[in-house]
Design a protein. Structure first.
Length: 269
């Protein structure tokens, strides 16, 4: 009961921060998403501190990845010319050169993890910021997206807890069930329909398709994070969020769902 209360309090403040940032616009969204990106990247690199195979440079990786993130952020928010995006490729290749001097085993794995961190952690948070720039008639796309993600997470958990019997992916996540998955999808569709009634910028079909995309993406995002942690033999990616673990633990579903929702928005726009 104490853990449930702790999770609820942390979850309330966490959701409030995200919704508040998105509601107030581009600047607050940029600041909060950048903060989450920095924390998430630090968590990701820290996962391999004790790994005997991969030896990624934590400080250098963070400095490089954040530099790339800031350049991309300034470009998408139109603070610097779009041509500045070309700087990202040389920066990545300069990072590659550092492996010559680190004298570590498995340099290909080390570099591969760095590149993977950009796609897995940095890009999703950048896409959330960019969603604010393609808003149509104050439609609050990102807020709707997060509500669908959280709806799926919440009702998949509740449905699985009360009705779950058939294992979904026991090898990776023994507690997840098909009953919970179906419950999450159904309630996500219901919430998507409710959102469409209060949002005239996009048709009902957009939000219903969003639900059908976000629900399975959220599930796969959760499973993927579980796979990573199981392979590294850890329980949580961090401990910054009491009762929830780390940033990557809390954003596992969103990280996977955001790129697909973003692609749908671009298609509809």
């Amino acid at each position: 009961m104490n853990n449930i209360l702790l999770r609820s309090i942390t979850g309330f403040f966490f959701i409030s921060i995200i919704i508040g940032a998105l509601w107030f616009g581009e600047l607050t969204t940029s600041i909060i998403m950048t903060l989450f990106a920095v924390l998430g990247l630090n968590e990701f690199y820290s996962l391999f501190k004790k790994n005997k195979i991969v030896k990624i440079s934590n400080p250098l990786s963070i400095i490089t990845s954040i530099s790339i993130y800031i350049i991309a952020l300034l470009v998408i928010t139109k603070q610097i010319p779009s041509t500045s995006i070309a700087l990202i490729i040389p920066i990545i290749f300069i990072y590659f050169i550092t492996e010559l001097y680190r004298k570590k085993d498995n340099p290909i794995l080390n570099l591969s993890l760095f590149v993977f961190s950009l796609f897995y952690v940095a890009i999703p948070f950048l896409l959330v910021t960019h969603l604010q720039l393609i808003e149509i008639k104050n439609s609050h796309l990102a807020i709707g997206m997060f509500f669908l993600i959280w709806t799926n997470d919440t009702f998949a958990y509740l449905s699985g807890r009360f009705f779950g019997k058939t294992k979904l992916f026991e090898r990776i996540s023994p507690k997840k069930t098909w009953e919970g998955t179906v419950g999450g999808v159904v309630f996500t569709i219901i919430v998507a329909y409710i959102i469409s009634l209060s949002n005239n910028s996009y048709p009902i079909s957009f939000w219903l398709i969003s639900a059908l995309i976000i629900a399975p993406c959220s599930i796969y995002g959760d499973l993927l994070e579980s796979l990573f942690k199981r392979s590294l033999n850890i329980k949580d990616s961090g401990n910054i969020l009491p009762g929830h673990g780390g940033i990557l633990d809390r954003f596992d579903a969103a990280i996977f769902a955001i790129p697909f929702f973003y692609a749908l928005v671009v298609f509809y726009s």
